[in-house]
Design a protein around this ligand. Structure first.
Ligand code: ZN
Length: 455
């Protein structure tokens, strides 16, 4: 039996400072060291990509041999603050990075095989209904820790098996640029697919832009899809993959119709830096990307607005279908079902309902339940102008949906909310999120076809 006791060692993975092996070099240095410990304990040690990790030194009672358990967020999408490690209790919290209180986390524990650790967050409503998503292969495959949607919202305990050398725990299965690149690699060489950059992010990254059927002379519709205005809302990306699979499926009659009649303009990561750096993004100060459509603080927003205007002007003769994909709050009621916050303009709201009515029909065959009654009409349940438009420097904030509603050639502007892990009692995984996405594209084909015949 592997009995061990743990010692609290704060160290950098690169600098590897050990306070325990500290050889009392001087009283001043000792004071300095303790002040570091107390500061970290009070504020939580942020572990940002490329910085330090926190480790626990577990020493076997047979002496000598040592494993160092490390906790880090040094990977794309990583986010955690470790407050303390006492015995087998690890106190953690989301690294809010100046944003308002939220629940995004993604961290990795290495060398804990044989241990059972209890991870306790700073507050309730940090963990979704099925517990953390767990990956044993650096994010390739995932499962939820809880089989039932009744997991504690503040803590979880994990018994590391003998092979669990590196385990990632996250709010839900992570989706970053790496996933996107792997997905798009399947379509390499397709003449109707063009990958380019919408713009450069503030930190100099390429903001991916996917165009399907660019310049297609037969296209009467422009379909503009956006994802990750809120960086942490990764489940939306799995749905986007499904949508694109259907559009690009050469055996699909829906795909064939869409490729023939529409031109697609897709931005998978509207807050590119936030996605890669592991920011929650939601509630970013002074406002997040989905409140930036009047202020235009972020280059992604400026670029989307100007390029849509340039490519799909009313003079182009193309009608625009716009959809922005999100995840809701973490738990309970509406937040555990797929829904849409319908727009203010009644005719656009009706268009969105028509589209989602077609989706309801296809999704009846799908795993994740959906009914039109899930949607929130404008003016109800938080779907109000007060939620989207707050005066900032005398200018009201505006969301992507509000911007798109204002385009003179808009046909439909809507958002969808995909629960992180539990939707109407069904476990949300990449597989059934993609299936839902495929049905969103089938519905899109129906909707555009009807719009065409109504003209
Ligand atoms: Zn969102």
């Amino acid at each position: 039996m592997r009995e061990s006791f743990t010692r609290f060692v704060l160290g950098g993975s690169r600098k590897n400072v050990s306070l325990i092996s500290f050889s009392f070099a001087g009283i001043c240095l000792l004071f300095a060291a303790f002040s570091v410990v107390s500061l970290w304990a009070a504020e939580g040690k942020p572990i940002a990509a490329g910085e330090t990790s926190v480790s626990v030194e577990a020493v076997k009672d047979d002496g000598g041999e040592q494993d160092k358990i490390t906790i880090d967020s040094d990977f794309p999408g990583g986010n955690i603050r470790v407050d303390s490690i006492e015995g087998d209790l690890v106190r953690v919290r989301p690294d809010l990075r100046g944003g308002s209180s939220w629940f995004y986390f993604a961290f990795r524990v290495k060398n804990a095989q044989g241990h059972t650790l209890r991870f306790l967050f700073d507050a309730k409503n940090r963990i979704a209904a099925r517990g953390p998503a767990v990956s044993l292969d650096e994010g390739k495959n995932w499962r939820y820790l809880s089989q039932e949607p009744n997991a504690d919202s503040r803590e979880f305990t994990y018994a590391f098996g003998p092979e669990d050398r590196s385990v990632i725990f996250a709010l839900a299965p992570l989706y970053t640029r790496k996933n996107w690149d792997e997905f798009m690699a399947k379509y390499q060489g397709r003449g109707d697919v063009e990958l380019s950059a919408l713009c450069q992010s503030p930190k100099g990254r390429n903001v991916e832009l996917l165009r399907i059927g660019k310049g297609n002379p037969g296209a009467r519709f422009a379909v503009v899809l956006t994802c990750r205005h809120h960086a942490c809302e990764m489940t939306a990306s799995w749905v986007l993959e499904g949508m694109l699979e259907e559009v690009l499926d050469e055996k699909s009659e829906f795909g064939a119709y869409l490729r023939e009649n529409a031109e697609f303009f897709i931005v998978p990561f509207m807050d590119k830096d936030g996605v890669e750096d592991g920011d929650q993004g939601k509630g970013r100060k002074p406002h997040d990307h989905n409140r930036d459509y009047n202020h235009e603080l972020y280059p992604e927003i400026r670029a989307l607005k100007s390029q849509v205007a340039e490519n799909f002007s009313p003079e182009s003769g193309k009608k625009i279908f716009f959809m922005d994909m999100h995840c809701p709050w973490i738990r309970s009621g509406k937040h555990e079902m797929f829904f849409s916050m319908l727009p203010k303009e009644s005719w656009i709201s009706e268009a969105a309902n028509n589209y989602l009515g077609a989706f309801e029909k296809y999704q009846n065959e799908g795993e994740i339940p959906y009914a039109l009654s899930h949607n929130i009409p404008f003016g109800k349940g938080g779907n109000t102008m007060a939620s989207f438009a707050k005066l900032e420097n005398g200018i009201p904030t505006a969301s992507a949906k509000i911007w798109a509603c204002g385009l003179s050639n808009i046909l439909c502007s809507c958002t969808v909310e995909i629960p992180y892990s539990n939707s109407s009692g069904v476990e949300v995984m990449p597989r059934n999120a993609r299936e839902l996405g495929r049905n969103l594209s089938k519905a899109l084909a129906d909707f555009l076809e009807n719009a065409e015949s109504a003209e």
